[in-house]
Design a protein around this ligand. Structure first.
Ligand code: ADP
Ligand code: MG
Length: 237
């Protein structure tokens, strides 16, 4: 199993208050799945994504990736595993401005000390998201939809096992949103495992499965009965 999560809990504390956010979350994700995590604002979607994406730690519970218990890892081991296994796409793109598209995309290779053929590999992933003509533009000189495609290319550069996308279409016009969903569905068809966080049902239904959160608990975990395909242009309607 790619991901196994059992009774995961998360609380945030400072010296005055404790905020309990996740109250015991359990689910598995197989390689090649495409899962949407849904729920209203404040239900704990981003908190859960940060834990599954190894950006944060749970307070208790077990979490295994490829049968490896990640709760036992120290911070350096966690960062190494994250660089190796996980690609992130965020609502707000998180790109470096006044830096070229290509340099943004190959930055993770430099962190991973894996710089062989960096330019070549960067060009290849950028071409795969339709940005072969934007390599040397600064990221503040391209559109929002193009920025998000740069972020996807950056997420792909290390060949991750899992791609996380937290509200990736949230800041985009509907046409650019369609392009992003189309790319995510294509990547999934090619065998990539995708975890998409969204509060919109129609976006979530592009996945194969939907996990619904409410107040830090899973209230539903079901297969999508009538899947939407971005190639149908449904987000445009
Ligand atoms: P969602 O992504 O579903 O909107 P979040 O995971 O961002 O929800 O937040 C869930 C709850 O956890 C919210 O009530 C939020 O205020 C709280 N929360 C998130 N991060 C922190 C933090 N670092 N410290 C305290 N509370 C937090
Ligand atoms: Mg969120």
């Amino acid at each position: 199993m790619l991901i196994e999560i059992q009774n995961l809990k998360k609380e945030f504390r400072n010296d005055k208050v404790v905020t309990k956010v996740l109250h015991g979350i359990s689910f598995n994700i197989e390689k090649g799945d495409f899962v949407s995590i849904m729920g209203p604002s404040g239900s704990g979607k981003s908190t859960l994504m940060h834990i599954i994406g190894l950006l944060d730690r749970a307070t208790s519970g077990t979490y295994k990736i490829d049968d490896k218990d990640v709760t036992k890892l120290n911070d350096d081991e966690l960062a190494e595993l994250r660089n190796e296994k996980i690609g992130f796409v965020f609502q707000s793109f998180n790109l470096l401005a006044r830096t070229t598209v290509l340099d943004n995309v190959i930055l993770p290779l430099i962190y991973a000390k894996n710089v062989g053929n960096a330019r070549e590999r960067g060009e290849k992933v950028l071409k795969s998201v339709g940005l072969g003509h934007r390599l040397d533009y600064f990221t503040n000189q391209i559109s929002g939809g193009e920025k998000q495609r740069v972020a996807i290319a950056r997420a792909l550069i290390n060949n991750p096992s899992i791609i996380f996308a937290d509200e990736p279409t949230g800041n985009l016009d509907s046409k650019s949103g369609v392009q992003i969903m189309e790319i995510l569905q294509k990547l999934n068809n090619e065998g990539n495992t995708i975890i998409l966080v969204t509060h919109e049902t129609y976006t979530a239904e592009h996945a194969k499965r939907i996990i619904n959160l409410k107040d830090g608990l899973i209230i539903e975990d079901t297969k999508v009965k009538k899947r939407r395909f971005a190639t149908d242009g449904e987000l445009l309607k």
